[in-house]
Design a protein around this ligand. Structure first.
Ligand code: CA
Ligand code: CA
Ligand code: CA
Ligand code: CA
Length: 217
């Protein structure tokens, strides 16, 4: 029994079985596990790359969006700066043109003011003497007869050559207007006829200031 069992069949069979079964079982076990893991690994790898691809696509889209946003910002800034520069240039040109336009009216106004200031012949009281002349003479620019002798400043200065600031230029007690208008004596000579008696004295005494004899009008 022992000999029969041990030497031949059981040992050989056991090893053979063990060798065969494990060898058969191992490859059987190895193959199936190899195949399913392969399938499982492929399935898992297929799912993971899909997610990774989605992530990559999303990241790429985000990057593209960021790049587009940056490009848009840069473009808008450049465009704004260019448009602002253009607007400033236009404004400068407009200002220059307006200043040029303003310069021409300034010249026109200057010419007009010059033309208006050229006739500085201002005669406020209208007596024929300009205000400038009356300022030199010392007469009143607002009165045609400053000394009140009924002779205008102009007539005294231009016609009779009497003092427009004195009613009696020669101080002969006859006023300038009386000598000129009534007795026709010289308003600048106190003794018109040269007889030693002043015109005023002769008139008051009833004598002729322009000659001998009595006064006759
Ligand atoms: Ca005047
Ligand atoms: Ca006068
Ligand atoms: Ca006089
Ligand atoms: Ca006289």
């Amino acid at each position: 029994m022992f000999n029969d069992l041990t030497p031949n069949k059981p040992v050989e069979d056991m090893f053979a079985d063990t060798d065969k079964t494990p060898s058969a079982a191992k490859p059987n076990l190895a193959m199936p596990p190899v195949v399913p893991p392969a399938n499982a690994s492929w399935g898992g790898e297929k799912k993971a790359p899909a997610k990774k691809a989605l992530k990559v696509v999303i990241i790429a889209l985000v990057v593209v969006l960021i790049v587009l946003a940056l490009a848009y910002l840069i473009y808008t800034r450049l465009f704004l700066t260019l448009s602002q520069n253009a607007a400033e240039e236009n404004n400068n040109n407009q200002v220059a043109t307006t200043t040029n336009n303003n310069q021409t009216p300034a010249t026109t106004t200057a010419s007009t003011t010059a033309s208006t200031t050229v006739p500085t012949i201002v005669d406020t009281d209208g007596d024929g003497l300009t205000d400038a002349e009356e300022k030199i003479l010392g007469t009143d620019v607002n009165l045609i007869d400053t000394d009140g002798d009924s002779l205008t400043d102009y007539d005294e200065v231009k016609t009779y050559l009497t003092n427009p600031l004195s009613k009696d230029t020669d101080n002969d007690e006859l006023s300038d207007d009386v000598e000129v208008k009534i007795y026709a004596t010289d308003p600048k000579n106190p003794d018109t006829d040269g007889d030693g008696f002043a015109d005023g004295q002769e008139v008051k005494g009833g004598y002729n200031p322009k000659g001998a004899g009595k006064l006759t009008l």
